[in-house]
Design a protein around this ligand. Structure first.
Ligand SMILES: C[S@@+](CC[C@H](N)C(=O)[O-])C[C@H]1O[C@@H](n2cnc3c(N)ncnc32)[C@H](O)[C@@H]1O
Length: 306
């Protein structure tokens, strides 16, 4: 990260630390953090909104507040994401608890939620099961449920899986926080393996934002990603290993003589468009594929419809 490269440990240990006598204005002038970061850390330290900093520039921090701010700053300068410092992140207009065991929800994943919601609202009564595979903080499934009217919600079974017990713990806490924990079955499972025992009846929607960062790409972006769990990010086979396995499993579910449709929405990286099309073409012929682009025109979501 840029700031890492120019703030050496000497600066951090001496000049960087905020001294007792400093007021808000002086802190903001003296900090080596980018201005927005400094403002966010300071307002969090003071438990006040950001505007407070500009209305009360003369306010001096207490000793405890200075210790807290210096601690936040030190962690931030080393590259720790603000979401981990604060233990929360906003996604789809909702606040989610996060810690080092879960990926920090990304704005681009909102496109997946939007696409799935459109499908659910179109099919109103037809969908019996919605499964979020690799739920992490639970951001996708919780955002979906919170945006479905109660009368439709009541008719659907929602499940969320993750291979990580610790991630499921965070997801459960988020479901409680948003008062929808009664709707979701959280299942520790390798992808959709649980579906071998518990049959998914009727029309099913599968949503997944599985690890899709290739090893090469991870090496390139390591500085930005090093605080997040590798198990939430890296995937073999150019980032597509998990999707290959999940698509094969969907194929098996469909061949098991069940009635009803299986639709899937996956988040991918733009350069995986061709690769994922080929995999779907081989494993699920003759599936219909549709891609969704984000606001910057990049392909982010694939919908599989059979
Ligand atoms: C990219 S993160 C996405 C988290 C969250 N859904 C989101 O959109 O922010 C991928 C998640 O998949 C989980 N995961 C990795 N391998 C898995 C597997 N084999 N089966 C189920 N979940 C897995 C990780 O633990 C992680 O929580």
């Amino acid at each position: 990260m840029f700031i890492n490269s120019f703030i050496g440990s000497f600066m951090l240990d001496s000049k960087f630390r905020i001294q007792n006598s400093m007021d808000i204005k002086k802190i903001l002038q003296n900090t080596l953090l980018p201005p927005l970061d400094a403002e966010l850390l300071l307002s969090r330290t003071l438990k006040k909104p950001r505007e407070y900093l500009f209305i009360h520039p003369e306010k001096k921090l207490t000793k405890n507040q200075i210790v807290k701010f210096n601690n936040f700053s030190k962690r931030r300068v080393k590259g720790e994401p603000i979401a981990y410092l604060f233990g929360k992140k906003e996604f789809y207009g909702l606040e989610f608890l996060v810690n080092k065991n879960v990926l920090i929800p990304r704005p681009e994943t909102e496109l997946l939620v939007e696409a799935a919601l459109r499908e659910i609202m179109n099919k109103e009564s037809g969908i019996k099961n919605i499964v979020d595979v690799g739920t992490g903080s639970g951001n996708i499934i919780i955002s979906i449920i919170k945006n479905i009217p109660r009368r439709i919600r009541e008719k659907i079974n929602f499940s969320a899986t993750d291979i990580s017990e610790k991630a499921l713990h965070v997801a459960k806490k988020n479901a409680k926080k948003h008062k929808i924990d009664e709707y979701i079955k959280f299942i520790k499972s390798d992808l959709l393996e649980f579906a071998s025992q518990r049959k998914l009846k009727g029309n099913v929607i599968i949503v997944a934002n599985l690890p899709y960062v290739s090893k090469n790409s991870y090496q390139k972006h390591k500085d930005n990603l090093k605080y997040e769990p590798k198990t939430a990010l890296i995937s073999e086979k150019n980032g597509l290993e998990y999707y290959v396995r999940l698509i094969r499993k969907i194929g098996k579910i469909r061949k098991s003589g069940r009635s009803g449709q299986v639709l899937a929405f996956f988040e991918i990286s733009p350069e995986q468009k061709k690769g994922i099309s080929e995999i779907i073409g081989q494993a699920l012929p003759p599936a219909k594929i549709r891609f969704f682009k984000d606001l910057s025109g990049k392909t982010r979501v694939v919908k599989i419809d059979k």
